[in-house]
Write a protein that binds this ligand. Structure first.
Ligand code: NI
Length: 182
């Protein structure tokens, strides 16, 4: 097969499911000065992997067997009806490197979550309604954003993956942890 050096190859990465030890580990910080090429490829591959998953909005590196502090997320215009209870703004695919979260108030709200690592299930998780989050982009530049509602929920869910936490760990009412109806 002919190869084109200008055409970067991406691939759909294998997904770590709930019982994989890597999902219970704290992921390592990224040093872009050393790891730029590997992290760039990782983000490209994570994007391809996320787009392969219908109606999914986020993915963390440990979910593709890479224990690094990298997450990607997007908020499409049309989101799954389970999330449509909260107003949302469209956000294009964004990669967060070494993200950190600060709650803006103690108020938490309940909402359904799902996870690519836990196929077939959903559950109600309390999350901070409003947060501030900071991260680096691939160029190493720092950004700080505020997020509310569904946006804040996604960031909290994905960043939990970097600390070895899965959403069922934070479900308070286990009767809400149910099979996902298509
Ligand atoms: Ni997840």
């Amino acid at each position: 097969m002919a190869s084109d050096k200008n055409e970067r190859m991406t691939r759909i990465l294998p997904i770590a499911h709930m019982d994989e030890p890597i999902l219970k580990q704290r992921a390592s910080p990224v040093d872009l000065g050393v790891e730029y090429n590997a992290i760039k490829q990782l983000i490209d591959d994570m994007q391809t992997t996320l787009y392969h998953q219908e109606a999914r909005v986020g993915l963390a590196a440990p979910q593709v067997f890479v224990s690094k502090r990298v997450v990607i997320f997007r908020i499409p215009q049309k989101i799954h009806p389970r999330y449509a209870t909260e107003a949302h703004q469209e956000i294009p695919l964004t990669a967060l490197i070494n993200p950190t979260i600060t709650p803006l108030s103690a108020i938490k709200v309940d909402g359904y979550e799902a996870c690519i690592s836990i196929p077939g299930f959903i559950g109600v998780v309390p999350r901070y309604q409003s947060i501030e989050y900071s991260y680096q982009d691939l160029n190493g530049d720092f950004h700080t954003m505020q997020a509310h509602g569904f946006h804040a929920r996604i960031i909290q869910h994905e960043c939990d993956h970097l600390n070895g936490i899965l959403y069922p760990d934070k479900i308070e009412d286990m009767t809400t942890f149910i099979s996902e109806k298509k």
